[in-house]
Each structure stands twice: as structure tokens, then as C-alpha cells.
Design a protein around this ligand. Structure first.
Ligand code: AMP
Length: 403
């Protein structure tokens, strides 16, 4: 990788500002799923174990009014982080001013400090000004002035230009201070980057989920890279409609039928669509389902891929050396229509290949199945990983210092 990484930094006695992703669920002041906090530990530990001072920034939820602030304080996260690290974490309940500056200046080597939710800056004196979310230049410069180097370990927000990622990075670089990728960010760039730009072949992409419109950019970009592109999930039926195949009441994006036609034409040797579907008369788990081949009968909607599609897909996947998967094969939230997604997840778990899963829903599916440990990489960023797969330059990555 040609970007500076955390290992390249000399952190001893330095104030290392670090953007992490602590956007975790909090119920009644207690952190629920702490996966994201655990995932940030290696980068935090690198800093403190090498005698640096770790000053952490994260957003939490969305703040649109003063009333939103209290429930979105990062204080519970600081407590959870202290538990996980087995050492105290100083929490500063504000995002700027003398209290924050003094707390940072008082830090000793090896200590950890967490700054209040960066999105507190989105509402100032009751007005929604979005200083954080619109990357207010002065805010990025102010935060950057508090430290000696910046580590960005929040891949999940890398597709956004906010003050706490791109703003700090830009101001740091302007002052010749280093901006490095943390371990999580490095891993994402390495796996997603290699998969797209330098994949071990055959390279197969599996794209599912509800909407074609969300994935057009990805399909387009991957047509030039992947050997095969498997399509499943609700977007299948826009591709069926594009071929004049009856789709009953299945999900369809009428305004994307022409694009689907173009994609099918361009990718005729690459694109593989389901050959059968599990259908029902209603969008519900409490209905009788049946499997049909090809066209969807009138009065029915397709809610999962059928067993023959699973076989067809497995046949394509069995020789693959790199697989990228984004989006479920059906309405996996309902057990009756989760079988296709689960079958593909299980198959990938046993495959001797580099297997990368991105996107909240496919990630949830592989976790539920218990195969996440058998996959090579589970991306932490839904939107960010999609944009990466589209070949877009992510501002959070572009703003890291070159080696
Ligand atoms: P996405 O966020 O685009 O990856 O879409 C994920 C959503 O697509 C999940 O909530 C699924 O329930 C939904 N989905 C998958 N297949 C279908 C389908 N055949 N019909 C309707 N929704 C679907």
C-alpha cells in the first residue's frame, strides 16, 4: 500500500489524534453491541503501548437539535472502552474549548482520551450548522491543532468528507504532520483494494439486495474486472423485466429497466441470474410459499432465490479464487425466505478462496450463520465498501499521506 500506515508513525510522547468508528447502539446509557469498539483496540493499543497519547474522535448517531445531544453522548462508550482496555479513559464532554485543550495537555504518555461526539458540532446555539458533517474548514484546523499526527481508522465514514476525518487530515498535511491509516482502515484497503484491482482469478462478485439503483455503479465497474457477476435478491426482477419475463408483483424499478437491458447486453458472458425463485402471495413469513422456475406467476412476488439457483451459483463459485459479496439473496429477515442467502453464506465459508463480505445485510446474514470466522474479510463499511467497489476514490482514503 502506498499510503502511510500507523506502524510508520513515531508515537512516543506524541499526541496522536485518532478517528475511530464508535457509532454503536446505546440503550439507557449502556453500550449494546461493542464490536466496533473492539475492532478499534489494535490501533489504540499500538499508540499507548508505544508511549503515545491517544486522543479519540468519533461520531454517534445524527444530531439535528440541542435535544438530540444528551442521548447521543459518547460517555457510555468511554466507560465501555475503559473496561475493554483495562485502564482509565478520560472522557471530555465537549468538542472544543479550554476544557478539551487542558485535558489533552495534561495527558501523560500511554493515556487515552475520548472527545465528545463530533456531531455535537452539527448544532451550535440551537442552530443546525453541520460544522462536522459539512467539513467546516476552521473546525478541522482547530482539531488538527490539538495533536502531532492523525490516524484515520474509521473506514465506515471514509466515503464522506467530514471535519473529523478529511478536515483534520487536510489541516495536518498542510502543516507537514503525518496522516496515517489505522489497522482497520489498512485491512479494508488491502482486501477490498486487492480484490478489485489485483484479484486472484477467477474473480466472482455476488450482488444482491433490494435495489438495482444502489448497485448499478458497482456492476458497471466490476464488469471490467470480474470473471462472473452473480445477481440475486430483489434486483433480479428488474433484470427479468428487462428481458420481458413476467415478474408478477415482485420488486421492480421501472425507471431502471433500460439500464438493466444495457447491463445485460454489456455483460452477457458474465452475468448470471437466478433460474428459480421462492414466491408468495404476500410479503410475510406467515404465508404459504412455493418455488417456481423462470417467470413469476401473476398474483405472486419473488422473495428468495430457489434451490436450482443456489446450485447454479455454487457451480460458478466452486472454482473462484476471489469472491466479493454485497447484498442478500432474498428477504433473509424472514426465515422462510432466508434459505438462499444462508446457503450462499455457508458455501462461501467452506470455499478455498479469498472471500470478502460487505454491506450491513450480508454481514448480518453471515454472522447469524456463524460462518463469519471462515471468511477472509468482513468489511466494516456498508456505504464505503460499495463506493470502493464502484471504483470511486473515497475522500477518507485520499486524504491519507502518501508513503
Ligand atoms: P440492500 O440494502 O440493497 O442490500 O437490500 C437489503 C434488503 O433487500 C433486505 O432488507 C432484504 O429483505 C431485501 N430483499 C432482498 N431480496 C428481496 C426480494 N426478492 N424482494 C424484496 N426485498 C428483498
Amino acid at each position: 500500500m502506498n499510503k502511510t500506515i500507523i506502524n510508520d508513525l513515531d508515537v512516543k510522547s506524541k499526541k496522536i489524534l485518532m478517528r475511530v468508528d464508535f457509532n454503536v447502539p446505546i440503550n439507557d446509557g449502556v453500550v449494546g453491541d461493542d464490536n466496533r469498539i473492539v475492532a478499534a483496540l489494535p490501533s489504540i493499543k499500538y499508540v499507548i503501548e508505544n508511549g503515545g497519547k491517544a486522543v479519540l474522535f468519533s461520531h454517534l448517531g445524527r444530531i439535528k437539535s440541542e435535544d438530540d445531544k444528551e442521548g447521543l453522548s459518547l460517555r457510555p462508550v468511554a466507560e465501555k472502552l475503559a473496561d475493554l482496555l483495562g485502564k482509565p479513559v478520560t472522557f471530555v464532554p465537549v468538542t472544543e474549548g479550554s476544557q478539551l485543550e487542558k485535558a489533552i495537555n495534561d495527558m501523560e504518555d500511554g493515556q487515552v482520551l475520548l472527545v465528545q461526539n463530533t456531531r455535537y458540532e452539527d448544532v451550535v446555539n440551537g442552530e443546525e450548522v453541520k460544522r462536522e458533517s459539512k467539513n467546516d474548514k476552521a473546525l478541522g484546523e482547530y482539531w488538527a491543532s490539538l495533536g502531532d499526527a492523525f490516524v484515520n481508522d474509521a473506514f465506515g465514514t471514509a466515503h464522506r468528507s467530514h471535519a473529523s476525518n478529511v478536515g483534520i487530515a487536510t489541516a495536518m498535511e498542510a502543516n507537514n504532520k503525518p496522516v496515517a491509516a489505522g489497522y482497520l482502515m489498512e485491512k479494508e484497503i488491502e482486501f477490498l483494494g486487492n480484490a478489485v484491482d489485483n484479484p486472484e482469478k477467477p474473480f466472482v462478485a455476488i450482488l444482491g439486495g433490494a435495489k438495482v439503483s444502489d448497485k448499478i455503479g458497482v456492476i458497471d465497474h466490476l464488469l471490467g474486472k470480474a470473471d462472473k457477476i452473480i445477481i440475486g435478491g430483489g434486483m433480479t426482477y428488474t433484470f427479468y423485466a428487462a428481458q420481458g419475463i413476467n415478474i408478477g408483483n415482485s420488486l421492480v424499478e421501472e425507471d431502471k429497466i433500460d439500464v438493466a437491458k444495457e447491463i445485460l447486453e454489456k455483460g452477457k458472458d458474465q452475468i448470471i441470474l437466478p433460474v428459480d425463485s421462492v414466491v408468495a402471495e404476500k410479503f410475510s413469513n406467515d404465508v404459504e410459499e412455493k418455488t417456481v422456475e423462470g417467470a413469476i406467476p401473476d398474483g405472486y412476488m419473488a422473495l428468495d432465490i430457489g434451490p436450482k439457483s443456489v446450485e447454479t451459483f455454487e457451480d460458478v463459485l466452486k472454482d473462484a479464487k476471489t469472491v466479493v459479496w454485497n447484498g442478500p439473496m432474498g428477504v433473509f429477515e424472514m426465515p422462510k425466505f432466508a434459505k438462499g442467502t444462508l446457503a450462499i453464506g455457508k458455501f462461501l465459508g467452506d470455499l478455498d478462496a479469498i472471500t470478502i463480505v460487505g454491506g450491513g445485510d450480508s454481514t448480518a446474514a453471515v454472522k447469524e450463520l456463524g460462518v463469519s470466522d471462515k471468511l477472509t474479510h468482513i468489511s466494516t463499511g456498508g456505504g464505503a465498501s460499495l463506493e470502493y467497489l464502484e471504483g470511486k476514490e473515497l475522500p477518507g482514503i485520499a486524504s491519507l499521506s502518501d508513503k
